[in-house]
Ligand binder design. Structure first.
Ligand code: SF4
Length: 698
């Protein structure tokens, strides 16, 4: 365990999911750390889930990278940083700025992200900085921008308690955002008339609180919501006053939807007409509806269209920007939202600004750089594909493990093996990505880091340190600015604290912002940074909990946009193949580098498994707990059979967490397709086709 930095209780934020719960961490005399939920934090009011409450058990130094390494040998910070700077410099000089890239993570704090983005887009002059958040919520970003003119999350968590109907779409909130689930359970206990509908191919634990579970066919959600729009119009419950005052494009969108009657929706979704009608009527007659959606919507080749199909229904009924109403995207990672804010995605410049000529000019003047990137860069899947083609000569991977978490992960591993120069900065030495690094840089971990994160309701919270930096570990922002300094940008990167970086981020958000941009942090930071309580943006004169309450959007004319949606044709896998769905389990996080340290978390699910329907298992001769080999042309994985009718026939579910570090041949993302949504470039992580066969069964 690292040495404590303080002996008193520190208010910080959980480093796992996008709920962003407040945590009270208290280092003890015996070296342990006591963890409790922060009763004052508006995300959780003292609650924690199993992962959050076990945080104190994940802080050992086992597996930590404690010193810089060059080619597997311990090195000094100066030598490592000099080498990183010189190899990036050489690649840029010989092949141009597009030949280098950064691949970051929703684990980075906003301050880290800001400095990385500024270096790549502002001073290297290419936008090849993307992030594992591309795998998580890029479709929501794209859908928001198409509908609202900005990547603005409309609502807040209180809406869940104020709603009369909560529709969960592609979201197993019970395991993936457990504290929000706890809040809904508590609200239902106090108010039994609060209804929940679950739309998910699997009957997950979240079905336990649902009046209605709709086991929609893979990618059938677009058709379900397009049909809902037609049904709302048919019933005459659309809000014509709202539509005419605050939106554009309704007629064309309705025209595209009008053929989607219940019979056609039933055919596209695999649902019974009766259950579709029940859902539609419930939605139609309930004013206060919140539609919560997550990776089942986003991680699809039609993800952005699904997002807009949902938003269309809320705009058509005027159910947005009001208490207890609205579409609600819940993000997977602790700082997916902060990454969006600073421009951590390759298609965003900074402070929620795109690459329009006037914004490039504005950011150039603010940063004092004449080489700001003028066009989007390579997004995650394209970035590693370009690397595989030899086009990326130097890459820096920060706080993530793409060798296990990217789709077609074996190809990503091959691309990294072939890349001439790979830098990885992370807290963990024992990852499959770290194994391939030429230079390893030890980064600070949770409990040591100092900065901010933004959760799914746009609430910025502080992560505060309570442990000393172990070994020679350093904060990410420090590592990046030291490389920037060696690249000749000492003045622009003369940071000495995260508070100073946050102040610059605040200033950029407010720079030439007369209210025409959604993202505005004016008034935050400065002397109050250390004690800053959780706060929702935009701040301006006072924080705004629900955006769009005045019906004003961030499009040029201030009106929201309907998007006509053409649902994809029903998905029909070839005989003998299964649709592979991947996702999280309750007690593990990403590739288990932290949760794998806590015995009680591993006790919940001890090894990788495949959920398979009893009829499919029977047909293949698979019995409970048999080993099963899953394979396709991208790779194979070995998992344990979990035979259950929670799974639909023809579909399989495998958790994404296990890697070869924890289970032999357990990397399920080797099989996942790298097909992407054409608008968001988010991969279809839930729609791979695989074969299944029992192993060692006679
Ligand atoms: Fe952490 Fe999410 Fe659990 Fe809250 S719900 S304690 S943020 S993992």
């Amino acid at each position: 365990m690292t040495q404590p930095l303080v002996t008193s209780t520190v208010k910080t934020t959980c480093p796992y999911c996008g709920v962003g719960c407040g945590v009270l961490a208290t280092p003890q005399a015996d070296g342990s750390v006591t963890i409790a939920g922060d009763p004052d934090h508006p995300a959780n009011f003292g609650r924690l889930c199993s992962k959050g409450s076990a945080l104190g058990e994940t802080l050992s130094l086992e597996g930590r990278l404690l010193h810089p390494e060059i080619n597997d040998e311990r090195a000094s910070w100066d030598d490592a940083l000099d080498l990183v700077a010189s190899r990036f410099q050489a690649a840029i000089a010989e092949h141009g700025p597009q030949s280098v890239a950064i691949y970051g993570s929703g684990q980075l704090l906003t301050e880290d992200y800001y400095v990385a983005n500024k270096l790549m887009k502002g001073f290297i002059g290419a936008a090849n900085i993307d992030t594992n958040s591309r795998l998580c919520m890029a479709s929501s970003v794209a859908g928001h921008k198409r509908a609202f003119g900005s990547d603005t999350v409309p609502g807040n968590y209180e809406d869940l308690e104020q709603a009369d109907l909560i529709v969960l779409v592609g979201s197993n909130l019970g395991w993936c955002h457990p504290v929000l689930y706890q809040r809904i359970v508590a609200a239902r206990t106090a108010r039994p008339d609060l209804k929940v509908v679950l739309i998910d191919p699997r009957r997950t634990v979240s079905a336990d609180i649902a009046e209605l579970h709709l086991p929609v066919a893979p990618d059938g959600d677009s058709a379900l919501f397009v049909g809902l729009l037609a049904h709302l119009d048919h019933l005459g419950v659309t809000n014509s006053d709202y539509i005419s005052a605050y939106t554009k494009g309704f007629e064309a969108t309705l025209l595209a939807a009008e053929d989607w009657d219940i019979a056609r929706v039933a055919e596209a979704t695999g649902l019974s007409p009766l259950s579709i009608t029940r859902f539609y009527d419930l939605f139609a007659r309930t004013a206060k509806v919140v539609t919560v959606y997550s990776q089942g919507v986003n991680q699809s080749a039609a993800g952005t269209d699904k997002v807009n199909a949902i938003i269309n229904c809320h705009l058509a009924t005027g159910r947005i920007g009001k208490p207890g109403m609205g579409p609600c995207s819940v993000t997977g990672q602790p700082n997916a939202m902060g990454g969006r804010e600073v421009g951590g995605l390759a298609n965003m410049l900074a402070a929620h600004m795109d690459f329009a000529p006037e914004t490039v000019d504005r950011v150039s003047r603010f940063w004092g750089s004449d080489r700001v990137a003028e066009a989007p860069g390579l997004k995650a899947v394209d970035l590693f594909a370009a690397m595989g083609r030899g086009e990326i000569k130097a890459v820096w991977i920060m706080a993530t493990n793409p060798v296990d978490s990217m789709p077609e992960a074996d190809a990503v591993r091959d691309a990294l093996k072939a890349c001439p120069f790979v830098v990885v900065s992370d807290m963990n030495r024992a990852t499959d990505t770290m194994d391939l690094a030429h230079v390893r840089l030890p980064a600070a971990g949770w409990g040591e880091k100092d900065g901010t994160v933004t959760n799914s309701e746009r609430r910025i919270s502080r992560q505060r340190p309570f442990l000393a930096l172990p070994g020679e570990a350093r904060p990410d922002w420090w590592i990046i600015k030291e490389v920037a300094r060696r690249l000749g940008h000492a003045k622009a990167f003369g940071y000495f604290s995260p508070g100073q970086i946050f102040a610059e981020h605040v200033a950029l958000s407010a720079f030439e912002n007369d209210g025409n941009r959604d993202f505005d942090l004016s008034g935050l930071g400065g002397a109050d940074y250390e004690t800053m309580p959780p706060v929702q943006w935009p701040v301006r004169s006072k924080p705004i909990a629900r955006m769009f309450g005045d019906g004003r959007y961030f499009t040029p004319d201030g009106k929201a946009r309907f998007l006509p949606i053409q649902p994809p044709p029903p998905f029909a896998p070839a005989p003998g193949s299964f649709v592979l769905n991947t996702g999280r389990v309750r007690d593990h996080w990403h590739t288990m580098t932290r949760t794998g340290k806590a015995a009680r978390l591993s006790a919940h699910m001890a090894e990788p498994f495949v959920e398979i329907h009893p009829a499919d298992a029977n047909a293949l001769g698979i019995r409970r707990a048999n080993l099963v080999r899953l394979s396709n042309r991208h790779g194979s994985a070995l998992v344990r059979a979990l035979v259950t009718d929670r799974q639909q026939r023809g579909q399989l579910f495998v958790p994404m967490h296990w890697t070869d570090q924890f289970a032999s041949n357990g990397r399920i993302d080797a099989l996942v397709t790298s097909k992407v949504d054409p608008v968001s470039n988010q991969p279809a992580l839930k729609m791979a086709l695989v074969h299944a066969e029992p192993v060692g069964v006679r």
